[in-house]
Each structure stands twice: as structure tokens, then as C-alpha cells.
Write a protein that binds this ligand. Structure first.
Ligand code: GLN
Length: 447
């Protein structure tokens, strides 16, 4: 009830929640209390959390930030939701996000922009901006997010919290509405690396309902938290510290790196020479997959359906143009174009080749160090409306996060200090496949 009161007091100003499930939360809290009394409680019994509104939740509205799903109540829980439920968490509701997770500012939501709690005229980042803002404002201690090209790390960075995107295949995508299936990964967002580790322990694991879920022994993400950093070799990609990185963000990152050196780590320069190809490759592959994934929203079985139409074709066209926002339509068009006959080889196949080169870059760099460190975003949080009419400028701000998704690697954002305007700056740590526990260890030592 404490957190429900905080949400009620702050949500009008921050707009972090699309749905507050008061009745469900109170019932779940009572159940958790009863389980604690009976000695049958799960390890996270009673922990209040919120889910990004892209995870299906049984009996609770799941909008994906879209008008298309304004009335969609899922008949089942996403794997992440049911796993966390089994551990005893109490979900207080669903957080705002860019429509179908497409965006870097949370301005592409049919339910309005989310405000950054550090400065209400700034964006919280996106697409998991509602989750990041809710945690940063103290409306909830932890939330789930999804990261296709930075959507956990970038809002975590811009809001001064911790968020981790696990290795592709670690967290089941079952019930997580698909944006770009070969890139999407769910993960936790919380104040600390320790809390993220705790949550990830219950989110990760094999699930036969996701064909890309990896069948391997369960990791304990909390196990290495207190390991000393002596001997840790951190690679600094020279491409991540070049032109385009704001001076105040660079200074905050340098400070955090100095702190890590004091804790016993050493740094070495590495190179990711194909970094400049990450944005063009991503903005072909992600829309291509999105155009295919979003074809299911046709107004027939679920989702928005136009009120009036002459025939089936007009029903599809009207339902989709009314239900989807501008950015989603732009991506469907781009995706359909790059997949169409005559352009497929020139764009989609080329982008897949670039993806391979980008993954090779990381392999090379990670053979010279244990983890890679750099910025999450080129600047601290920018103004609401500042990039709203310039999608390309917004895509360019994803430069440090999207290559990680193309390679399928794990990465997190941990607070690194503040910008000149006293806004949070995130430090990004990138690990090798299944290196989550080490990343959380380094972040924990820094925190
Ligand atoms: N900003 C990127 C995009 O718009 C990443 C979004 C995400 O990770 N879901 O596609």
C-alpha cells in the first residue's frame, strides 16, 4: 500500500504507469503475507514490482503503448511474469513504453510521454522509459524491461538506475510481444546491481515455449557480487570515446573508470572497427522483423478494428492505419521495403552480413579483455519534443547500445555520475556470452 500511495501521488506528473492494478496487487500482497505466515513463501515474497506493458499479464490490460491494443486483456501470463509470480512478487501494474518498444524517448506512446523524474522537461529514455522513471522516482523498487537495441540500458542510464540486458536466449520471450525477435531480450531494472541479480535469477531459464530459449544449467547471478576486481581487464573501444560523445558524459565515464582502477581493475584500448555500421544494419533488420511480427494485428482476432469499412481489404487498411502510430507505420514501411523482391539482397542480406562483422568485432575485442566499458548514450537526457520530428537523429543516439543486440551479448547500465546539468549518466559494461554474473559483480563493486 506504501508503493500504491507513491504511484497515486506521482503518476499524474510522471506518467510512468499505463495501468495500476490496485485490486490485483492487494490480493497478491495478502497471498504473500499468508504464504510467509505458513512458511511456504517464495524467495521474493511480497516484493512490489511492475511490468513493462509489453509483457502479457493474465486478466490485466496489455497495451504495448499502442492504440491497437487499447482493450487487449491477455488470457495468459508471459513466462517472465509467471516465473516472478511463482517467486512471490506482487505486480502493481504495467509501465508506459514506446509503442511496440520502438523508440528511444518514450514519446512514441499512445498513452503520452513519460517525464524524467530528475527533470520533468526531459525524456526518461526508451523504450522502457516508464519502468526506468517509476524506479527512479521511487514509485516501485524494481521493474521489468525489454531491450531490442538499448531499451533497458538507455532509459536506466538516463534515469540513474541499473538495468541489464542478458545474453540473447537467456530470458524466455514467451508472452513478450515481439518487436524484432532475433534481438529482443527481457531483463530487470532496479536501483542496484544486487537487486537486478536477484530478479534475473527468477527471470532467466530454459522455456520450451520460446524456440530460441537456451537449454543450459541455471546461473546464480548473485554468486559473484562480492568478488574483488583485482586483475580485471577492462577494454575501452576507441570508437566509443570519439566524436559525438558529449564532454560532460565523457568526464562522468572517465571518473567511473578511475574508480574501477582504484578497485584493482586495469584498462586497455580495444577497437570495434565496424561500430559505424551498427545503426544502418539495425535499422534494416529490426524493421524487417517488426513488419513481419506486426502483420498479426489485422483487427480480426484481437486489437483495434475500424468502425466502418466496405470490404476486408479496407478493414485491414483502416484498422492498421488507425491503430498504429506514426513511428510504427514508418518501420512497417521500411521493413516491408527491405524485404521486398528486388531489394532483399541489397538491404536485408547486406545488413545480415554487417551483423556478422559486428559480432566478429566483439569476439576480437573480448579476446583482449574480460569486459568492455563505455557510455550508454552520447548525451544525458534531452528535452521532451527535442527529437520528436527527427527520427534519424533519434536513431543515431542508439550508437553505443544496438551493436550489443546484433551480437547477442549481455550488457548493463550502471550509474556513473552526473552531467553538467546534474542529470544522471550511465556507464555501460558489455560482457562475453553468459558473462552476466561478472558484469553484475563489477557494477556492484562500483556501486
Ligand atoms: N531505440 C531503439 C529502437 O527504437 C531500441 C528500442 C528497443 O530496444 N526496444 O528500435
Amino acid at each position: 500500500t506504501d508503493y500504491l500511495a507513491r504511484i497515486e501521488a506521482q503518476n499524474a506528473a510522471i506518467n510512468a504507469f499505463i495501468t495500476v492494478d490496485r485490486a490485483g496487487a492487494l490480493a497478491a500482497a495478502d497471498a504473500a503475507d499468508a504464504a510467509i505466515a505458513a512458511g511456504t513463501a517464495g524467495p521474493l515474497a511480497g516484493l512490489p514490482i511492475a511490468h513493462k506493458d509489453i509483457f502479457c499479464t493474465e486478466g490485466v490490460l496489455t497495451t504495448c503503448g499502442s492504440k491497437m491494443l487499447a482493450n487487449f486483456v491477455s488470457p495468459y501470463d508471459a513466462h517472465v511474469v509467471s516465473q516472478l509470480k511463482a517467486a512471490g512478487v506482487v505486480s502493481l501494474g504495467k509501465t508506459n513504453c514506446d509503442e511496440f518498444a520502438m523508440g528511444s524517448t518514450n514519446e512514441n506512446s499512445a498513452y503520452g510521454a513519460v517525464k524524467n523524474p530528475w527533470n520533468l522537461s526531459r525524456v526518461p529514455g526508451g523504450s522502457s522509459g516508464g519502468s526506468a522513471a517509476a524506479v527512479a522516482a521511487g514509485m516501485i523498487p524494481a521493474a521489468t524491461g525489454t531491450d531490442t537495441g538499448g531499451s533497458i540500458r538507455q532509459p536506466a542510464g538516463l534515469c540513474g538506475i541499473t538495468g541489464i540486458k542478458p545474453t540473447y536466449g537467456t530470458v524466455s520471450r514467451y508472452g513478450m510481444v515481439a518487436y524484432a525477435s532475433s534481438l529482443d531480450q527481457g531483463g530487470p531494472m532496479a536501483h542496484t546491481a544486487e537487486d537486478c541479480a536477484l530478479l534475473l535469477n527468477h527471470m532467466a531459464g530454459f522455456d520450451s515455449r520460446d524456440s530460441t530459449s537456451l537449454e543450459r544449467a541455471k546461473d546464480d547471478y548473485s554468486a559473484q557480487l562480492s568478488q574483488p576486481l583485482a586483475g580485471l581487464k577492462i577494454g575501452l573501444p576507441k570508437e566509443y570515446f570519439g566524436e559525438g560523445l558529449a564532454a560532460d558524459v565523457r568526464a562522468a565515464i572517465e571518473n567511473a573508470l578511475a574508480e574501477l582502477r582504484k578497485l584493482g581493475a586495469s584498462t586497455v584500448e580495444v577497437s570495434l572497427p565496424n561500430t559505424h555500421l551498427a545503426i544502418p544494419a539495425y535499422y534494416v533488420i529490426a524493421p524487417a522483423e517488426a513488419s513481419s511480427n506486426l502483420s498479426r494485428f489485422d483487427g480480426v482476432r484481437y486489437g483495434h478494428r475500424a468502425a466502418e469499412y466496405k470490404d476486408l481489404a479496407e478493414m485491414y487498411a483502416k484498422s492498421r492505419s488507425e491503430g498504429f502510430g506514426k513511428e510504427v507505420q514508418r518501420r512497417i514501411l521500411v521493413g516491408t521495403y527491405v524485404l521486398s523482391h528486388g531489394y532483399y539482397d541489397a538491404y536485408y542480406i547486406k545488413a545480415q552480413q554487417l551483423r556478422r562483422l559486428i559480432a566478429e568485432d566483439f569476439k576480437q575485442a573480448l579476446s583482449q579483455c574480460d569486459i568492455i566499458a563505455g557510455p550508454v548514450a552520447p548525451t544525458a537526457a534531452w528535452g521532451i519534443g527535442q527529437m520528436a520530428d527527427d527520427p534519424v537523429q533519434m536513431y543515431l543516439a542508439d550508437i553505443y547500445t544496438i551493436a550489443v543486440n546484433l551480437a547477442g551479448l549481455p550488457a548493463l547500465s550502471t550509474p556513473a555520475g552526473f552531467s553538467a546539468e546534474k542529470l544522471p549518466v550511465g556507464l555501460q559494461l558489455i560482457g562475453n556470452y553468459f558473462g552476466e554474473a561478472r558484469l553484475l559483480n563489477v557494477a556492484h563493486q562500483l556501486q
